[in-house]
Design a protein around this ligand. Structure first.
Ligand SMILES: [Zn+2]
Length: 313
């Protein structure tokens, strides 16, 4: 009898411990991929298609939702417009959401208000009919460089303009600067240095854990819980070959994958955005609005990659 009670107590203790370790908010993340369909591929249609297909096939294989933010300037290449627009249709027919990231990727902190608004309008000319003929709606907009105006007046004017055009702003909470690795990676691949390119690829994958950890800790510090994260990465060659491995790392941290719509149901995303300045993730914006500090610095790219010789111009 005594033995049984002891066993019972141990079971209760284990159960209590398990419950304590299960977060009240299970981890979730919405993947968003900017500068689509394929950044810096304005000449070669084959590369453009290959990168887009690499991203799409990775997401499909992992059965993970994602929103792709498009710069339509990339479609307007003479002699390739049909081939490039077909990539947009490919994303839509596979069930993925496309979104407006402006036509030509200007910074709202540098362009005039009129220029910036014009770039938003030009940003969905090709996509919108493709979406609508499939019974879908344009919903999301993301600021290039996350810049949303240097003064409160400009910031408010842009937000009013987006609202009039029925756009919602897609925020970002996890950003481990994939583009800084991607540029070096593509350069090495083009130069035929597969060994160093592979080391950069590994270093990039190793950036994912500290990148998420920073956002998880920041969210705890600011909100007292982990909000559904919104990851920002870009439509580049590096992600087209690593996305499945990246997703595996996120799964290992306990993440499930949700749409932008689902993630933003969390009340942390309904706060009015009053941020003025350069860039800034939603966590950084929220911290500033609440007068709080994020103690963990952003992970840095390893020095050996920064020190790699740059090609002669
Ligand atoms: Zn961008």
């Amino acid at each position: 009898m005594r033995k049984t009670s002891y066993g019972f107590l141990v079971t209760i203790a284990v159960l209590v411990r398990c419950m304590a370790q299960t977060p009240a908010h299970p981890r979730s993340v919405a993947i968003t991929i900017d500068d689509g369909p394929a950044v810096n591929e304005m000449k070669d249609l084959g590369n453009f298609q290959r990168i887009a297909r690499g991203l799409l096939s990775s997401l499909e294989a992992e059965k993970v939702p994602a929103t792709i933010f498009i710069n339509e300037r990339q479609i307007n290449v003479q002699g390739q417009r049909d081939g490039r627009a077909a990539v947009l249709a490919m994303w839509l027919d596979a069930g993925y959401d496309l979104a407006n990231h402006t036509y030509s990727h200007p910074s709202a902190n540098k362009a005039s208000l009129r220029e910036f608004e014009d770039d938003i309008v030009r940003g969905d000319v090709i996509m919108r009919p493709l979406m609508e003929e499939r019974g879908r709606k344009m919903v999301w907009f993301r600021y290039p460089f996350l810049d949303s105006g240097m003064t409160q007046e400009v910031h408010q004017s842009i937000m009013d303009f987006l609202e009039e055009h029925h756009y919602r702003v897609a925020h970002v909470t996890v950003d481990y600067k994939d583009y800084s690795f991607a540029g070096v990676y593509s350069r090495l691949v083009r130069a035929g240095d597969a060994a160093t390119a592979d080391r950069v690829k590994q270093a990039y994958l190793d950036q994912i854990d500290p990148g998420f950890e920073r956002s998880e800790q920041a969210s705890q510090e600011i909100l007292g819980y982990e909000l559904p994260q919104i990851l920002l990465i870009h439509c580049n060659e590096l992600n087209s070959v690593t996305l499945r491995d990246s997703i595996a790392r996120m799964r290992k941290r306990g993440y499930t994958f949700v749409t932008l719509e689902e993630a933003t149901k969390d009340p942390a995303y309904s706060r009015a955005d009053t941020f003025v300045g350069s860039g800034g993730s939603w966590l950084e914006r929220t911290a500033r609005a609440m007068g709080k500090k994020i103690s963990t610095p952003s992970p840095r790219m390893p020095q050996w990659i920064t020190d790699l010789p740059r090609p002669a111009r």
